[in-house]
Design a protein around this ligand. Sequence first.
Ligand SMILES: Nc1ncnc2c1ncn2[C@@H]1O[C@H](COP(=O)(O)OP(=O)(O)OP(=O)(O)O)[C@@H](O)[C@H]1O
Ligand SMILES: [Mg+2]
Length: 609
Amino acid sequence: MRHPILVLDTFTANQIAAGEVVERPASVVKELVENAIDAGSSRVDVRIWSGGTQEIQVSDNGTGIPRQEVLLAFQRHATSKIRSADDLLRIATLGFRGEALPSIASVARVAMTTRTAEESEGTRITLEPGREPVISSTGCPVGTTVTVSELFFNTPARRKFLKTPLGEAGAVGDILQRLALANPRISFKLTDDRKIALMTPGSGDLRETFASIYGVDTARAMLPVNFRGTWGEANGLVSPPAISKGSRHHQTFVVNGRFVRSRILSQAMDTAYYTLLGAGRYPLAVLHLWLDAEKLDANVHPAKLEIRFYREEEVIIMAREAISGVLRAHSLVPGIEKPPGEGPKIEKPTYQSYRQISVPGLPPFDRVAEPPVGDEEYTGGQDWTTSRLPVEIPPQADLPVNDTTEHPVKPRHPELSGLIPLGQLEAAYILAQGQEGLYIIDQHAAHERILYEQIRQQAEDSSLPSQGLVVPSAVELTHEESVQLMKHIIFLTELGFILEHFGGHTFLVRAIPAGLEQTQEDQLLKDMLDLLREMPGLDDAGFREAAVKMMACRRAIKAHQRLTPGEMSHLLWKLSLAKEPYTCPHGRPTVVLITSAELARRFKRSAPA
Ligand SMILES: Nc1ncnc2c1ncn2[C@@H]1O[C@H](COP(=O)(O)OP(=O)(O)OP(=O)(O)O)[C@@H](O)[C@H]1O
Ligand SMILES: [Mg+2]
């Protein structure tokens, strides 16, 4: 049976809109606080009772609403913030739809008192769903206070979906923290059942706001982002790799003043910290991006929590550059001053080149004869990283180890290039003297970092060297392993393996990646295939990455290997050329510094030695 088409009454229309705008107390708080921010407030006071399920009150000291507009504010599509669809292209306010107040008023009891600076007395309006609003005069300061009671009292099905007061209070706290981080000029206060849960100074200093949420110590350690690029500006705070969290929850993205969730900004963050953090660890961050308003669309999500960037690629590059620049410039060894920044640069996408490879079958055998390709940036002396360590390290003990004229390339991290090795501790750590004090370098981790960057670069350039085996080695695989091998054979070839199918599940290994000891060839191959079995969800890029890390780890010198002074200084020099010398590819530190000041303090000397 068909019913005639009718236009819904205002009340029903508002309730439907409310379904999108108001999901829980936190969304009410978000809308009311955003109104307060749009009204130019410098102070916003939020109080909640029973997690906001019983009552929510938001007071501000903003412009207030003139008496004659108060009723209008609660009508749908009534807004002072835009005038026409054209304005949507240049939204400078957080609100623009004229939907929040009528939506809230359709699912709760609402009271508002408000006064503008021009009015001598304020206005009070009370609204109850389905009833006529009541307006009266009242004495009140300039600004607006909105009280929302018994959210969803008239929509029991939705009330049932609310979490416990504790859970709802948590969500309110979370949203208010983000609003505060997005607006350091505004002082926010949250009182949860009479307890003060959050108070920010509103000084305009993001670090101070951050400190009131995450504590002074964390705030002090955060690295400042100040980036101006072709496409806009980025500023904020990001954590050094030493401080990380188990989820992305502690990352706040703010675009043109609006706090948003953004998959692409999270990705940019991940890329910038790539290899600096261990698996499952994420940095803390507050990133403010300032872009031309016409480069984004804020009108794409019912709760305005997401935005669309018209040129996502630009935004990703900008955010990544901004963050990587900071991480690069920052010396990750505690206590060391920043080396002169290199300025951010755009990195090639990882393994882009592989996508263009056509499948030629196995490469020509003469590849084995190619000389190993060394590190392009280092021309002095034998290349440690492609040699088979430690056997082929040239004796360099007689070189003046701190004489950088031996090394024509400018180090990326000069504070490391000048290190003078003093000796080895437990045949595992290099002790070295530097500008700032005593440096302790984990020889395996440091070498792993050097090799990792080099292999990754070579893999990207498809120039990983192979070393031929005098006698090819036959490797027997399981069915599963051989399927995996066939699937990834091109990549294995690019890594330096040269393989030949010998029938059944047996393969001949004719060459292996340069730098490995020959006894390792079967094992490395099998380990790589294991990796694929253990992580079935691993995509191509993930496998390549894991394989490169594995190769770096296998080729790196191990603990308990004695090094000559020449070898040590060579290792330190190579480390100073690395992009991210202070962590190994698994995110563990490579260098620990005990500053001269720290030594002086421990020995109770007044000044650094
Ligand atoms: N705290 C406040 N101080 C001053 N004016 C306010 C305040 N809250 C609401 N208003 C006025 O009421 C209007 C309606 O508010 P409402 O939140 O419903 O819509 P909006 O903010 O314009 O858009 P949106 O639905 O996207 O939030 C606003 O445009 C603004 O003029
Ligand atoms: Mg609004």
